[in-house]
Write a protein that binds this ligand. Structure first.
Ligand code: SAM
Length: 196
């Protein structure tokens, strides 16, 4: 489904970074190794590389990551990209200074398993930065998956990411104009959480 969605010349979520990531970037240890989950067409990985991070982006869509590689080339940065299904991904142990998860909507069992692996994979002092739609987004028609089960809430994140210390955890509404995939006011949960 995602390969089909990305099979267009334009970038579905644009080529500019997610606004929450750009705003909260300073939480990610400077120059560190960052893993981006469900990277899509590369806008966030390329932005992070431009800011001096060493970035690895994972996504199941080969078409999305081909566009990500193209974007990195255009912008003159290096990004490691891997076509990977998160259901099968070994995210490593205590090896990332940061993990970035932007609109990485997955079925709940898989999401929970990925979140447990993220906690394990962060270095002590490493930071997770996450934004996702909440079920309050349903029916708005401005982006996000069609099912509440694929969305996240602050309570879900607190539970699935236990072991991390939350520096910011909030549900809010914000204007999300990011490509033609995200087109207006959205209900989101935002988190910054650090591994002690
Ligand atoms: C809403 S898009 C977000 C893309 C990107 N994070 C952004 O904000 O521009 C969701 C992404 O999740 C990826 N995805 C969905 N299921 C996945 C899985 N099991 N493993 C890896 N990636 C997956 C899709 O290919 C898609 O690129």
């Amino acid at each position: 489904m995602w390969d089909e969605r990305y099979s267009t010349d334009d970038y579905v979520y644009g080529t500019e970074p997610n606004a929450f990531l750009a705003e909260q970037l300073a939480w990610l240890p400077a120059g560190g190794r960052i893993l981006t989950l469900a990277e899509g067409e590369g806008r966030n990985a390329v932005f992070l590389a431009e800011q001096g991070y060493q970035v690895t982006g994972l996504d199941a869509s080969a078409v999305g990551l081909r566009k990500a590689a193209q974007l990195a080339k255009q912008r003159g940065v290096n990004v490691r990209l891997s076509v990977t299904d998160l259901a099968e991904a070994d995210l490593g142990k205590a090896c990332w200074d940061g993990v970035v998860s932007i609109f990485a909507h997955l079925p709940p069992d898989l999401r929970c398993s990925v979140h447990r692996r993220v906690v394990y994979a962060l270095k002590p002092g490493g930071v997770l930065l996450l934004e996702a739609y909440t079920p309050a987004q349903l029916g708005r028609g401005t982006g996000g998956p069609p099912e509440a089960a694929m969305m996240m809430t602050a309570a879900i994140l607190r539970k699935e990411l236990s072991g991390l210390e939350f520096l910011l955890l909030r549900e809010c509404e914000r204007e999300i104009i990011e490509g033609h995939g995200h087109t207006g006011t959205g209900a989101v949960v935002q988190a910054i959480a650090r591994k002690p």
